[in-house]
Design a protein around this ligand. Structure first.
Ligand code: BGC
Length: 863
């Protein structure tokens, strides 16, 4: 009998506190049932209801019941029927709305701080005691802050979230989360205890010296505790007058700089009821309405500790420090178990790499990344900083008391707790490590929003980086929550003329305000990619105005010759031919890049207009794309000699559909192959060319050259960092030079996901698992063996369930195994050209590849 599993509301398995009254429902089936109808059952205060669902696809199906009110909760189960036979009801998912209306917030914003000088500031302790006449049947804490905070009830943390409430464009949006705190409350006196620090709201963020107090000169918390009794009646526990505050034990805190913590300053028992806080101050209570940003329920999963790593080496240094290598570059913190005399301080230093046998901290710039713990002398204590985060693989402990024992120090990876959705493996260990490095760089840079890097004084939501990485991200993880939230900020920060900042949230720290192609285009391309990969039409509808406004902005940049000219452009950023100090100076004309992106984004918006039945818009954006593509052809593709040595230009011609004529396309492919060969199969592309060059080669009949690039190990190449021991994707092709020294450029990170976007090629082409219709409803399974690989496999948890592809090549014998879930149709193309159509189920294919043995032997040549 079919079972319905994986029930989600707005793609969340934890659907507590949703920001919508009509959450869409999704589910999977455990077999190939192909149901015709589906029903949902909701059990709530109003009793039980059953409703037919608008579709049985299991992908983001419309809410079939009356809209939920604020706080309303129902248990939702799903069942499906095929051929008149109903499955059992699925296990119920608790679906609960958050506070949907601004007027639902009646508790105050509690502000313990006034303006402070531009230097690292202390945290604040805040506490409020309250009495409950009985243990509540249900209790919720709606919680957010201007700053970053932790909260506990009666001494127990309300969640393990890190850096809550995360970073949004606080002028427009402030997210809150809902915590089920029923089990933490008791009859009689209770205490709510909070620690609050600057985070992104206040303090210094940004590069080139950064900017202080971007969103305000104070910090504050907004916490609303609601309890329900057995009758179901809910009331807000008024805490307004009960709040008291004191400067906290984190005496100096900065997101980039680290946390300096003095355990002697923690008042004993401050977080439980009965503590005497009469000497504490009364913080200012401002009306919740003083928060002018929209209060929104968090969309995705929280940032939390995900994995703890033990050191792989421990070394006592001549200067007395203890150096630890955790074997993996992460975004996170050290957790220490320490027993030191009162007043003793341990300092924790972090770095991504070593240089000259010292911590290589220069690339961190102003993010000194040092935490320190001063002991209260009260026995062994486990401590991890709360209000900062670092990017590191190595750490040094300064002042460690005595010997270090196993388990005393762990590196804790901290990032958004996304569901893993994609896997890849092949017979080449170096490619596997490249893939693994990309997975780590994604994890390390999905810390609430998609950032460029997790370590230096930057960590911004650079639009270009996620624009090129989005397809890989959507394959590897359930990135929906992070990206949906971030796109709302993109729209919020867009100006009336459609300008999209080069990073979002935007901080005025000196970077040119003007838009740049490939960066601002994230506004159109990221939602489109989400639609392609998740089948989520909702994200297109939500972003449509923003997508259009961006392309309208692009139109303003198109000059009298119908191409973009004269604008500030980042171009094919980090082409290895560009000098370290001028990463935009690429082989490919930046205005070809800019004009090509006008075509790409305008076509996307035209396609979206068609999906949303906006015929006039469709015609308008199609016409813009046609006008610019005609001009591009005349300027750059009529005489190909001008771009023959610019692989990114040639790849754009092929992959952005700039050239249609078959003969010209063939010539482009040949020129690209020649250029790649002339470059000795070293990478010659930057941000723009890198994600498309292998596709351009493979689709124009030069698969060998794509493999040649992929398997190259000399610098610059994808595998060069792997050969240097990298555990994440580097920002520059040569972030570390072959002699082991750090690239002299001022901008050198060892953890940028952008250039790892190539893994999407590994998934789609090497393993052969490519989406054709939105949400993988149709897929093409067409493995392209080469490069000496003898096997490759990819698995993806699609909206319909797990799709699997695994092939092996043994001599001439090619064997392919495929798993297709219900709802997905696969067209299978074998290397010998045979095609098959596959539906739900498992499938086994064999083919004989002439020269297959040769394919498997060319590995050494390709290197
Ligand atoms: C960032 C990049 C970004 C670039 C563009 C850098 O500082 O780290 O990833 O896209 O600037 O200017």
């Amino acid at each position: 009998m079919t079972a319905v599993t994986h029930v989600r509301a707005e793609l969340r398995a934890d659907a507590l506190g949703l920001g919508t009254s009509t959450p869409r429902l999704s589910w999977h089936l455990d077999d190939a049932a192909a149901p015709e109808v589906a029903q949902a059952r909701a059990v709530g205060a109003a009793g039980e209801q059953v409703a037919d669902l608008a579709s049985a696809t299991g992908v983001l199906v419309d809410w079939p019941f009356a809209p939920l009110g604020s706080r309303e909760a129902v248990d939702v189960s799903i069942r499906v029927s095929s051929h008149g036979e109903w499955s059992d009801w699925s296990a119920p998912l608790v679906v609960e709305a958050g506070l949907l209306d601004a007027t639902d917030w009646t508790e105050p914003l509690v502000v313990p701080s006034a303006a402070a000088p531009h230097e690292l500031r202390p945290s604040h302790l805040l506490r409020a005691e309250f009495d409950l006449p009985e243990v509540p049947v249900r209790a919720r804490l709606y919680a957010t802050a201007q700053g970053v905070f932790t909260a506990a009830l009666n001494g127990d943390p309300v969640s393990d979230e890190h850096l809550a409430p995360g970073w949004t464009s606080y002028t427009h949006r402030l997210r809150y989360r809902v915590h089920d705190v029923t089990a933490l409350l008791r009859e009689g006196p209770n205490a709510l205890a909070v620690e609050l620090a600057d985070g992104w709201f206040r303090g210094r963020i940004g590069f080139d010296g950064g900017l202080w107090d971007v969103y305000g000169e104070h910090v504050g918390t907004l916490l609303q505790l609601e309890v329900a009794d057995a009758s179901g009646a809910t009331r807000i526990v008024p805490l307004g007058d009960a709040w008291r505050s004191l400067p906290g034990p984190a005496v100096r805190v900065g997101l980039y700089e680290g946390e300096t913590y003095d355990a002697r300053l923690v008042p004993f028992g401050w977080d439980v009821a009965g503590f005497d806080d009469s000497s504490w101050s009364r913080p200012e209570a401002r009306a919740a309405s003083s928060v002018t940003a929209r209060l929104e329920a968090a969309i995705g999963e929280p940032v939390r500790p995900i994995e703890a790593l033990a050191p792989v080496t421990v070394e006592r240094r001549p200067n007395g420090r203890i150096r630890l290598d955790f074997g993996q570059n992460i975004s996170g913190l050290l957790r220490i178990a320490v027993d030191a005399p009162v007043g003793h301080t341990v300092r924790l230093h972090h770095a991504e790499v070593l240089e000259n046998d010292e911590l290589g901290t220069r690339p961190l710039r102003l993010a000194i990344s040092v935490d320190s713990y001063t002991s209260a002398g009260d026995g062994p204590v486990t401590w991890m900083p709360r209000f900062t985060i670092h990017g590191f693989r190595y750490a040094e402990l300064e002042g460690w008391p005595g010997e270090l024992s196993d388990g005393d120090v762990e590196a804790v990876a901290i990032h958004t707790d996304m569901e893993r959705r994609g896997w890849f493996e092949c017979s080449d260990p170096m490619l596997n490590r490249l893939h693994e490095n990309t997975v780590w760089s994604m994890r390390d840079n999905f810390v609430d929003l998609p950032t460029d890097c997790p370590q230096r004084d930057e960590r911004m939501g650079w639009t270009g980086d996620i624009q090129v990485f989005a397809p890989a991200a959507e394959f590897l993880y359930g990135a929906d929550g992070v990206l949906t939230s971030w796109l709302k900020d993109v729209a919020a920060e867009q100006e009336p003329d459609g300008w999209v900042p080069n990073f979002v949230p935007w901080v005025e720290c000196g970077f040119p305000r003007s838009a740049s192609a490939a960066w601002g285009d994230a506004a159109a391309i990221v939602p489109w990619t989400m639609y392609e990969r998740r089948g989520d039409l909702g994200v297109l509808a939500a972003q449509y105005a923003s997508m259009k406004a961006w392309v309208d902005h692009l139109e303003l940049r198109v000059g009298p010759d119908d191409v973009v000219e004269g604008s500030m452009e980042l171009g094919d950023w980090l082409d290895p031919a560009a000098p370290p100090e001028d990463p935009g100076l690429a082989r490919t004309d930046k205005y070809l890049v800019a004009s090509s992106y006008v075509v790409k984004s305008a076509r996307i918006v035209a396609d979206v207009a068609a999906l949303l039945d906006e015929a006039e818009d469709e015609a308008r954006y199609r016409a813009l794309a046609d006008r610019v593509v005609t001009a591009i052809r005349a300027r750059w593709f009529s005489d190909l000699a001008g771009i023959a040595d610019a692989p990114t230009a040639l790849a754009l011609g092929l992959e952005f559909g700039l050239v249609e004529d078959a003969a010209v396309r063939e010539r482009l492919g040949d020129l690209l192959s020649e250029a790649v060969r002339a470059g000795g199969h070293h990478v010659q592309t930057g941000f723009v060319g890198t994600p498309i060059i292998c596709d351009a080669l493979a689709s124009s009949g030069h698969l060998d050259d794509a493999y040649g690039l992929l398997l190259q190990q000399e610098c610059p190449s994808w595998l060069y960092p792997v050969s240097m021991g990298a555990t994440t994707i580097w920002e520059r092709w040569d972030s570390m030079l072959p002699d082991g020294s750090i690239n002299p450029g001022d901008m050198t990170s060892f953890n940028h996901y952008a250039l790892g976007g190539v893994v999407d090629f590994l998934h789609r082409v090497v393993a052969g698992l490519a989406p054709v219709a939105p949400g993988y409803r149709e897929v093409e399974i067409r493995p392209r063996p080469g490069g000496g690989l003898t096997s490759a496999s990819a698995r993806h948890l699609s909206p319909f369930g797990l799709i699997g592809v695994a092939w092996t090549l043994d001599g001439d014998a090619f064997v392919l195994d495929v798993v297709v879930p219900d709802g997905v149709t696969a067209s299978v193309v074998l290397p010998d050209g045979a095609t098959h159509s596959a539906h739900a189920g498992t499938h086994h294919y064999t083919a004989t590849i002439e020269g297959g043995a040769a394919l498997a032997e060319t590995q050494e040549d390709a290197r």
